[in-house]
Write a protein that binds this ligand. Structure first.
Ligand code: FAD
Length: 506
């Protein structure tokens, strides 16, 4: 049981200070060893056996992290209330650099993607909120018990109160229901609070934590430079196709090579938004390949807030790779088609499926694509993003599907170079249009199989597994909404496949 000594002798105070600093330093060092381990693992992954390569489960990582931090918080506290209270505060500060590091975009660890580290960032953040809230709560109780309430509003203690309230608020806006409804609120709270943390921690922590402050300043400073210094202004050309939009960005503004399945992050330019400097950037997967044409194509499902309009300017960051490095290494290593891959896409998720499938097929891999759409007219996108041999499941407007054909008029507007015949972007290469003559052409030439009704993920994945007897490494890649993706991953795991998820949400 922890006891309170209201006036400890100087040697106890000294010991407390020494142990508090020591355990905070240990926490900082351990957190960087873990980051180093993530880096080494990302680098060595292609050479490791497959079972080691699999991402370590969060079910293991989270309790382990929590356990280690509890241990570091209670060891050598001599059953003293203040030893524990101060230690918790110091340990919260020591976790901060790793927490910020895990959210950096692009990920500074070579061959690692920030998307894969995001769950770690989220969970470490939750652990931090718990620890710092306990620290704040214990201090408040301590002041009340000792009749020193006025100390709570003493300026450097009050900075701690602000920090705790800020952590709790940031956690609150991170709950799915809030961040789903108002992503901007979630994003801005995170951004502003991460900036505010630096002066608040610097002022609140005693003795001072200059190493932690320097690390935080360099990470957040780097992020600011990346955010405000490295984006490019791009003008988008937008075309409505069915329920979706095809957004074309000038190819010349992108690097020569980017990995299939990479995404860009778009944010409003100064001319579009008064609050551009604290606006969230929105990720969109590049549906085209780096070898393609004069445009970079995005397939966008229109949403409530972030809208694409003709000729609108955006700030573009990226591209950022998404699939793990070893996915491609395996692909290039294999001489014969060893792997079977099934890609399940929901709606705009086809933007991820197309470049991956086209790359794998070029390498003679066997790839099956299952695409769930709300309307048959969405299937017209396939021609533009140059994807064929697709099983399309139309789940909504089934009445209109009776003839199983797409409207001729609309299709005639699509040219084979991926641009719309009627409304071509100015930067497009206009030559060589090959306009489809009739709708049956799309189904035949592009080998599109239309199914009416919802896709049954379990049956489709089982059928795919049964349809081939190659044993080495079945992959189930799913992209789009959370529900479909988690259903695919669940069945993928059950069937012993390697699973990759690309959820179009945070
Ligand atoms: C890696 C990745 C790739 C994506 N690729 C595509 C794509 O190719 N095509 C496509 O149509 N959509 C894609 N998305 C989803 C797209 O980024 C969001 O739909 C878009 O940002 C919604 O903006 P909004 O403010 O209008 O959303 P709202 O209408 O306010 O919200 C709709 C949903 O989008 C989520 N969302 C809002 N802002 C963001 C953001 N900045 N980052 C992540 N999620 C957000 C919200 O949590 C909510 O669930 C992708 C998402 C991710 C994470």
């Amino acid at each position: 049981m922890f006891s309170i000594d209201p006036s400890p002798p100087p040697e106890i105070k000294l010991l407390r200070r020494e142990l508090t600093t020591r355990y905070a330093n240990i926490t900082l060092v351990i957190s960087f060893i873990v980051l180093l381990f993530i880096g080494v693992r990302a680098f060595a992954a292609p050479y490791l056996p497959r079972f080691i390569r699999r991402p370590v489960s969060l079910m293991l990582v989270v309790p382990l992290t929590f356990g280690i931090l509890v241990l570091l918080s209670v060891l050598q506290t001599h059953d003293d209330y203040l030893f524990l209270t101060k230690r918790l505060g110091r340990i919260s500060a020591a976790i901060m650099p790793a927490l910020i590091f895990l959210s950096l975009k692009p990920c500074p660890i070579p061959r690692e993607s920030y998307l894969r580290l995001m769950p770690l960032h989220i969970w470490l953040g939750r652990v931090l909120v718990v620890i710092s809230t306990i620290h704040g709560g214990l201090y408040v109780i301590y002041f009340i018990i000792n009749g020193k309430q006025q100390k709570i509003i003493q300026l450097n203690n009050f900075a701690g109160v602000v920090l705790t309230v800020g952590f709790v608020l940031t956690l609150f806006v991170s709950f799915y229901i809030i961040r789903h409804r108002n992503h901007d609120l979630f994003y801005r709270t995170h951004l502003l609070f991460s900036w505010a943390c630096i002066p608040l921690i610097a002022y609140h922590a005693r003795p001072r934590v200059w190493t932690i402050i320097s690390l935080l300043m360099s990470f957040i400073g780097g992020q600011l430079i990346q955010r405000y210094g490295s984006g490019q202004e791009c003008r988008a050309q937008v075309h409505q196709i069915g329920n979706m939009q095809l957004v074309c960005l000038p190819r010349k503004q992108f690097p020569k090579y980017f990995e299939p399945g990479s995404h860009v992050r778009l944010s409003p330019s100064r001319t579009n938004s008064r609050f551009w400097f604290i606006s969230a950037s929105h990720p969109y997967t590049i549906a085209s390949l780096s070898t393609d044409d004069s445009t970079v194509q995005l397939v966008v499902k229109p949403t409530k807030r972030f809208k694409f309009e003709e000729d609108r300017e955006f700030i573009v960051h990226g591209p950022y790779p998404s699939l793990s490095y070893d996915f491609f290494v395996d692909m290039y290593k294999s001489k014969k088609p060893l792997r079977r891959t099934v890609i399940v896409a929901g709606g705009a998720g086809i933007s991820f499926a197309a470049p991956i499938a086209n790359t794998l097929r070029k390498m003679n891999e066997r790839v099956k694509i299952l695409w769930s759409v709300r309307s048959k007219s969405d299937a017209m996108l396939l021609k533009i993003i140059r994807l064929d041999d697709v099983e399309v499941f139309v789940s909504a407007d089934t009445d209109a599907l009776e003839d199983h054909f797409l409207p001729t008029m609309e299709l005639q507007e699509i040219s084979s170079n991926g641009m719309l015949g009627l409304d071509r972007p100015k930067f497009a290469n206009d030559g060589g249009f090959d306009v489809l003559e009739d709708t049956s052409d799309l189904l035949r030439k592009e080998r599109v199989n239309l199914h009416i009704g919802r896709m049954d993920v379990e049956t489709e994945l089982k059928n795919f597994k049964a349809s081939t007897n190659i044993d080495d490494g079945m992959w189930v890649i799913s992209c789009g909404g959370r529900h479909l993706v988690s259903e695919c991953s669940k069945w993928g795991h059950k069937l012993g496949a390697i699973v990759h998820e690309e959820i179009y949400d945070v």
